[in-house]
Design a protein around this ligand. Structure first.
Ligand SMILES: C[S@@+](CC[C@H](N)C(=O)[O-])C[C@H]1O[C@@H](n2cnc3c(N)ncnc32)[C@H](O)[C@@H]1O
Length: 324
């Protein structure tokens, strides 16, 4: 069981009392195992994991590393690998846990490499990572000195993957909470840096998402926003008529100029576009740890610059901006 008291103390120091008030009830409701078919199994698996002693932690590296293979007898390592595989599919990583290499669907370190030299150093900052998946980037943020990292993600499988990794790591100022952005109380103004990566296009109202992000930041705080974009001019946006790359839940894909205008309109200042990259089938692919279809199955077989629906293939941009 995670001890949330250090989180509450830090949030109270940051005057995020409204969140501290809500969290116990939200956590109790999210972890109510009668509400999800496999949650009871996942919770008891993490709870029953023995306390392992890792002789090595490396968070500031492409592969998040906890423990070495020598730290565990072979039979225990095989048991741990089996437990990790119960939580398939592993989408964000990579990790090396006591010598077990989790080659995830995404090489999430590539995204981190694109932004790490552009952001304000995270030393001593209170960080929120919205839609953090299993928390891979949260560990990287901690690895470069963040005071505390709070990830939120509504998908319980992601939260349980994080909890398993955290149990292997041991106590640390990093948390992944089972919450959607829109469940955070309004008016927090508590975080020094807020990341939203891969979330905006999942929201039916992208402007509300930007306003909610702004609202979590301290005045002058930094937003790091990564999302799908299309080529084109100011004012142009793609709203897929049906699926996009087989995903049902993709809504607005703006051009970079359009997104900059949205950020301005939402009151952000000092807006910078720092990277635009077309996602490659080397960055997102099926692996032993994510055995479902992946990007190559979602692209047109005749023209890899298009999705299988004939829309522009995934291209992602990263923006940095400040709250006023
Ligand atoms: C494409 S993944 C991105 C994960 C990670 N941020 C990254 O960039 O690698 C999007 C994540 O956002 C989460 N998500 C979807 N809707 C959300 C919402 N309303 N609030 C917070 N997270 C959300 C999903 O569960 C998923 O884990």
């Amino acid at each position: 069981m995670i001890d949330y008291q250090p989180l509450y103390n830090t949030l109270l120091d940051a005057k995020a009392d409204a969140l501290v008030k809500l969290l116990p009830q939200q956590l109790a409701s999210a972890f109510d195992s009668t509400r999800h078919g496999r949650l009871a199994q996942w919770l008891s698996m993490v709870e029953c994991l023995p306390k392992l002693t890792a002789t090595h932690h490396l968070l500031d590296d492409d592969v998040v590393q906890i423990g070495r293979s020598d730290d565990l007898p072979e039979a225990d390592r095989m048991e741990l690998e089996h437990q990790l595989k119960v939580l398939h599919p592993w989408r964000k990583g990579p990790y090396n846990l006591f010598g077990i290499k989790i080659d995830t669907e995404w090489r999430s370190n590539w995204k981190w490499d694109r932004l790490k030299n552009h952001i304000t150093p995270l030393n001593h900052r209170l960080v929120l990572d919205v839609g953090c998946g299993n928390g891979y980037h949260c560990w990287r943020m901690l690895g470069v000195g963040a005071k505390m990292v709070v990830g939120i993600d509504p998908l319980l499988l992601n939260v349980m993957q994080f909890q398993l990794v955290r149990k292997l790591h041991g106590e640390a100022p990093v948390y992944v909470l089972p919450l959607a952005m829109e469940e955070l109380p309004y008016g927090l103004k508590a975080f020094d840096t807020v990341f939203s990566m891969g979330v905006l296009y999942h929201r039916r109202s992208p402007i509300d998402h930007l306003l909610e992000l702004r609202d979590c930041l301290q005045p002058g705080g930094e937003l790091v926003l990564e999302t799908l974009v299309i080529d084109g001019r100011l004012g142009e946006v793609l709203l897929p008529e049906g699926r996009y790359a087989k995903m049902r839940n993709v809504w607005f894909l703006p051009t970079c100029e359009t997104l900059i205008s949205w950020l301005k309109r939402c009151g952000f200042t000092n807006i910078r576009l720092i990277d635009v990259t077309t996602t490659s089938v080397e960055e997102q692919r099926s692996t032993e740890w994510m055995q479902f279809h992946s990007l190559k199955d979602f692209l047109s077989t005749e023209n890899p610059r298009l999705t299988c629906e004939g829309l522009p293939a995934p291209k992602r941009a990263i923006f940095i901006a400040n709250s006023a």
